[in-house]
Design a protein around this ligand. Structure first.
Ligand code: C2E
Ligand code: MG
Ligand code: MG
Ligand code: MG
Length: 285
């Protein structure tokens, strides 16, 4: 704006603007220190088989344990990290941490032998030229099979440049990892794009799951999304399941997997280990 204003570049001295520039710079420094000082953490939320409710995987969800502001949700810092570019090292750190944690669970219990891990990618990470090498290195350094990792992307990340996106997705898939479209239904991807995408999993957004048992429109939409998944040979995961009523409707619709507070909140590694190892015990009489 200041540039366009030319000689009348008083915008540079707009106090609200300079404050926000300062704040951004401060946040960047803060975040760099957070990375250097190990203030970020990863929690893991169970993904379950819809019929059996057994844990088949976990989604890695980042948190920032800020020294002054307390435990921060990704909604407080992912967008800023995306804007200042730190999402690339932060995302790489989450990916490496998640792969290493999966290796640890696999070493700790045979119950983790089939466990899969999901990691969210941001738009900037997806466009970063080193992504495929980062993923390959994370897998080999952790020593986990590539087909136990799922990368989650959103529709908007694909729409920016569909040709480039298909190429990146293809390269990731060549490594052997699975790909999921996160928050499905909230973007604007067309069916013809969806058909071209080398994607394995559709994650149906919570906003449709909320009313699946009460709102006929939501029910119809979720039913259509599960049908679409089947038609395109993609697995479906329903996000944000909170009640037994939602679960039973989704199971009837034929959704493959589910995720939500009903089955488990994002939890630390020890809690997940507990879930995995107690699950096989016979149910109490
Ligand atoms: P997402 O990938 O769609 O993850 C699901 C979010 O829904 C998580 O929020 C999870 O805690 C929440 N959730 C799951 N089940 C329920 C439920 O039953 N009820 C309700 N109310 N919420 C539920 P969280 O952990 O706050 O993460 C928010 C978003 O931040 C994620 O949405 C994802 O887009 C982003 N995010 C998280 N970790 C990362 C990361 O490592 N990298 C990137 N790029 N983004 C991340
Ligand atoms: Mg996700
Ligand atoms: Mg989601
Ligand atoms: Mg979501």
């Amino acid at each position: 704006a200041a540039k366009r204003a030319g000689r009348n570049a008083y915008a540079v001295f707009d106090p609200s603007m300079s404050r926000s520039v300062l704040e951004e710079a401060q946040q960047r420094v803060d975040m760099e220190r957070g990375l250097a000082e190990d203030q970020f953490e990863v929690l893991y939320q169970p993904v379950v088989d819809m019929r059996t409710r057994r844990v088949t995987g976990v989604e890695a969800l980042v948190r920032w344990r800020h020294p002054e502001r307390g435990l921060l949700s990704p909604y407080c810092f992912i967008a800023a990290a995306e804007a200042n570019g730190l999402i690339v090292p932060l995302g790489r750190w989450v990916l490496r941490r998640a792969c290493a944690q999966l290796a640890r669970w696999r070493a700790e219990t045979p119950a983790a032998a089939h466990l899969r891990i999901n990691v969210n990618l941001s738009a900037r990470q997806f466009q970063y030229a080193g992504l495929v090498d980062d993923v390959a290195a994370a897998l080999s350094d952790a020593g986990i099979p590539a087909n136990h990792l799922t990368l989650e992307i959103t529709e908007s990340m694909l729409m920016a440049d569909i040709t480039a996106a298909i190429e990146t997705l293809g390269a990731l898939r060549s490594l052997g990892v699975s790909l999921a479209i996160d928050d499905f239904g909230t973007g604007y991807s067309s069916l013809s794009y969806l058909k071209q995408l080398p994607v394995d999993i559709i994650k149906i957004d919570k906003s449709f799951v909320d009313g699946v048992d009460t709102d006929p429109d939501d029910h119809a939409l979720v039913n259509a999304m599960v049908g679409l998944g089947k038609a395109l040979r993609m697995q479906t995961v329903a996000e944000g399941i909170e009640t037994d009523a939602q679960w039973s409707v989704l199971r009837r619709i034929g959704c493959d997997h589910g995720q939500g507070y009903l089955f488990g909140r994002p939890a630390d590694h020890a809690t997940v280990l507990g879930l995995l190892t107690t699950e096989d015990l016979p149910a109490a009489a």
